[in-house]
Design a protein around this ligand. Structure first.
Ligand SMILES: Nc1ncnc2c1ncn2[C@@H]1O[C@H](COP(=O)(O)OP(=O)(O)O)[C@@H](O)[C@H]1O
Ligand SMILES: [Mg+2]
Length: 254
């Protein structure tokens, strides 16, 4: 939650987030490792898209690039039609903080902070020092609401080491949603959870998607989760290969 006005919605036919001919190479000894080999992909407002593919296919690399956590070797990334490469570092940080949320396999919670403080953190960072002093109560209430929404109303003051894996991921999901992002990137969000807990996390994702129209891009090894995404994409060796859409959604993408 920030005081900034909500960005204009994407035009109906305009993808929310798109990449064109995205390439990412890494230096490897004397040579170069080509991890993404020209990826074209479009994510539409309000969808839940799942990306599957074997380990090392480039899924995390793609997510990091789309989420502005990494910079491509070449290619374009467009958010609401705007080229993200043209943003200054400061503007990119704002987009990352306000428009995007992240959920990782190993939770990445700050161990010395309570569940509530972890969830507030993106709001605090987004607000800046002055607005934080003014809006701390409001942000705290929003974080508390989110934690209640994910079933952790009685765990607000627990530090991560006193939470189960499923509870940690609920905190991480609440944190990702704190600033009401348009896009939530989830990298193997259920990879460390048993199947029942994984289903509960996915059910929460589906609820937020329906209620708030938030868009989710989920990398997963979990076939059960992948099959329930509205669109399923498969990556192999740095590219998307034939996609399938088990729930009847658009099967022609990326
Ligand atoms: N920072 C990096 N430096 C060098 N190689 C990397 C780096 N990040 C990823 N890679 C390599 O890129 C390939 C794809 O990695 P990744 O995107 O994490 O795959 P996935 O998420 O599909 O399992 C792997 O071979 C990995 O070793
Ligand atoms: Mg990965």
């Amino acid at each position: 939650m920030t005081d900034s006005p909500s960005p204009a919605p994407a035009a109906a036919d305009q993808p929310l987030l798109e990449c064109r001919n995205l390439v990412r190479n890494f230096k490897s000894g004397d040579g170069e490792l080509c991890v993404l080999r020209g990826v074209d992909f479009a994510l539409h407002q309000g969808e839940i898209a799942g990306i599957v593919g074997s380990s090392g296919a480039g899924k995390s690399t793609l997510l990091h690039l789309l989420g502005l956590l990494d910079t491509p070797t070449s290619g374009e990334i467009l958010y609401r039609g705007k080229d993200l490469a043209r943003l200054s570092q400061e503007q990119a940080a704002k987009v990352r903080n306000r428009e995007f949320g992240f959920v990782f396999q190993s939770f990445h919670l700050l161990p010395e902070f309570s569940a509530l403080e972890n969830v507030i953190m993106p709001g605090r960072i987004g607000a800046g020092a002055l607005a934080w002093m003014r809006d701390a109560d409001k942000l705290r209430a929003a974080a508390e609401d989110l934690l209640k929404r994910v079933g952790l109303g009685s765990r607000l003051s627990h530090v991560p080491s006193r939470l189960s894996g499923g509870e940690k991921q609920r905190v991480a999901l609440a944190r990702a949603l704190m600033n009401r992002p348009a896009v939530v990137f989830c990298d193997e969000p259920t990879g460390n959870l048993d199947s029942r807990t994984a289903d509960e996390i996915f059910a929460l994702i589906t609820e937020f998607n329906r209620e708030r129209g938030q868009t989710f891009l989920i990398v997963t090894h979990d076939q059960h989760i992948a099959e329930r995404a509205q669109r399923r994409l498969q990556m192999a060796d740095g590219r998307f290969v034939a996609a399938s859409a088990p729930t009847g959604a658009d099967a022609t993408a990326p």
